[in-house]
Design a protein around this ligand. Structure first.
Ligand code: NAP
Length: 288
């Protein structure tokens, strides 16, 4: 199953790898990190989501991008894989702090190019809007980086519908990456995902199985227990198959720090949920 990153002509397998767990607190050793990436590539995956701030703190910026670049070289897949990265955050003492200052974004993008060992970043996403800067100054810098050929396409992350609409009046936006999973369906409820579908924008749900710690909720859900039994698949696969049923513009990026996790997530590509079961998961967000 494939997804086109709308309007770009780029086609990728419909489950991407969220590479964050390979580089933040609690990260695996390097051998295991390489095994995760290798398992993903051997399973047919070709879209990896990263960010310069997937690292321990400000002294470690670029850890995830360098890891991915080395893995792609080692496995000979540099030209076959789309790596999407982001700029616009810092990691002082391991915290997540927005910085959408244009000069900072420019430096971050140039560093990402070096860390990824790339001539051009295929998809560069504004990690979040900095309320001290506002959307437009950051967006204008991304447009400039695109004009300079340093990035090919612009995406937005952690963005609401109003900001997306504003951005679109200035430039094409090819993707939106927001937090969304069966327990947090805000973007289905507020119309953002439908809007993306209607306007040729790829929607990339981050934390699609519940997030770094929130994925434990899948184990507590009676509905996911029942569906896992019915389809003889893991609860994670059920969650990812639910996303795949939501439209050809939806591209989930499950995280993994263990090879077994990403191997399992890729099985969702061959799992088709009955409509009733899709609707039952839709209703999860209505429960208190
Ligand atoms: N734009 C943003 O602001 C933002 C924020 C957060 C995340 N993201 C992106 O979204 C990606 C995914 O988010 P996330 O990693 O926080 O949360 P997630 O995808 O919901 O996954 C959380 C954890 O669930 C486990 N898991 C996932 N699939 C599994 C499976 N099939 N079987 C068993 N365990 C499974 C993994 O555990 P193990 O570690 O044990 O393998 C993983 O670390 C990130 O990697 C990052 O690329 C973006």
């Amino acid at each position: 199953m494939q997804r086109e990153i709308n309007g770009t002509g780029i086609r990728v397998t419909a489950i991407g790898l969220g590479a964050m767990p390979l580089s933040i607190q609690g990260r695996p050793d390097e051998n295991q990190a390489f095994e995760v990436i290798q398992t993903f590539l051997e399973g047919g995956g070709d879209f990896i989501d990263t960010a310069n701030v997937y690292c321990l703190d400000d002294s470690d910026i670029g850890h995830n991008e360098r890891l991915i670049a080395r893995a792609l070289d080692r496995f000979g897949k540099r030209d076959e894989v789309v790596v999407a990265t982001k700029g616009g955050l810092r990691r002082p003492q391991g915290h997540w702090v927005t910085n959408g200052d244009p000069a900072f974004l420019q430096k971050s993008c140039e560093q990402s190019l070096r860390d990824l060992k790339a001539e051009r970043i295929v998809l560069y996403q504004l990690h979040a809007i900095d309320s001290n800067v506002g959307l437009m100054p950051s967006l204008e810098m991304l447009i400039r980086l695109r004009e300079e050929g340093k990035i090919a396409h612009i995406g937005l992350s952690n963005v609401d519908l109003d900001s997306l609409r504003t951005a679109l009046t200035h430039t094409p936006i090819v993707s939106v990456q927001n937090r969304c999973n069966p327990f947090e369906q805000r973007d289905f409820q507020n119309g953002l995902i439908d809007y993306c579908g209607a306007n040729g924008i790829t929607y990339i749900p981050h934390s699609p199985v519940g997030g770094h710690t929130g994925h434990a909720r899948l184990q507590q859900s009676a509905l996911f227990g029942r569906l896992a039994e019915k389809y003889e698949a893991s609860r994670y696969c059920i969650a990812l198959a639910w996303f795949l049923a939501k439209g050809r513009h939806v591209l989930p990026i499950p995280g993994a720090s263990r090879p077994a996790s990403i191997a399992d997530s890729l099985r969702a590509l061959t799992l088709s949920l009955d409509e009733d079961d899709v609707r039952a998961i839709d209703r999860l967000s209505e429960s208190p």
